[in-house]
Design a protein around this ligand. Sequence first.
Ligand code: PBG
Length: 325
Amino acid sequence: MIVNRPRRNRKNENMRSLIRETIVTPKDLIAPLFVIEGKNIADPIKSMPGQFRFSIDRLVAEAKELQSLGIPCVSIFPVIDDKLKDSFAKEALNPNGLYPRAIAALKEALPELLVMTDVALDPYSSMGHDGIYDEKTNQILNDPSLEILAQMSIIQAKAGSDIVGPSDMMDGRVGYIRNSLDKNGFENVSIMSYAIKYASYFYGPFRDALDSKPRKGDKKTYQMDFSNSKEAILEALLDEREGADILMVKPGLPYLDIISKLREKTNLPIAAYNVSGEYAMIKAANEFGWVDGKMCMVESLTAFKRAGCDMILTYFAKEMGQFLN
Ligand code: PBG
């Protein structure tokens, strides 16, 4: 006789729904969006089907649609004209640049929608690096980068950013940014630190979108070695101590073990970044007819929550929002 028959709890959809442990809702999602200069532009990103570089007017329209699907937050990345890039990333500190204007336009049109902003130099750096690149030594300079990152955060906060997201992986930047924000009266601006960010090959399509591939070298002296997990916890707990409000793990799907380990070590909310390469893989396989892309999306996003995430940055936000509505 078989006493235990786990299949009884799966016998039909109603039974399955009673025992279901994890449910994703639009409220868990953050939509990354790309902004570019111009008017009425939605320029498709080839390696990310369904994603666009939007001019500010179209960015606002897209954000409005996301909000109407119940998505609480967007995360913006700027596509900077090559002519404005240099090795010091000076354009990052232009208070009238594309990025602050985009943030202000979003906050004006949609005051309730949370706007998360990216703090790193790569979109503005002629070298495609996240910190200052020293041409003499071929090094990314840590401490001199901190002040620029802090200035960037203040400009973003002034423009209306609700959450700044340092994605640069310089040491000490969370504490430095927290301190600078507070000194300038922005103690209510949150920090979601890209706490555990690996030097990943899954960022390819994002670098296409921004044309931000490193021109020299790679990012392995600041982003993490994908072989390591103890180092990941160390990084995250440092950011917690420095004042991060939310800890992010990036990329997502190949690092569910890291999310689940981090869940045991912190009581802060955890975010995952389901990055461009992860999105592109599902989209590509779907286009070949090799997988059911929509259900792979639902399964992947559910896996993040099951692993212990509170929120997910994902290019699937809109599609998932539509699916759930
Ligand atoms: C860089 C940054 C990257 C992403 C977000 N911020 C790429 C990189 O480190 O080169 C990647 C996101 C994605 O792949 O979707 N500050």
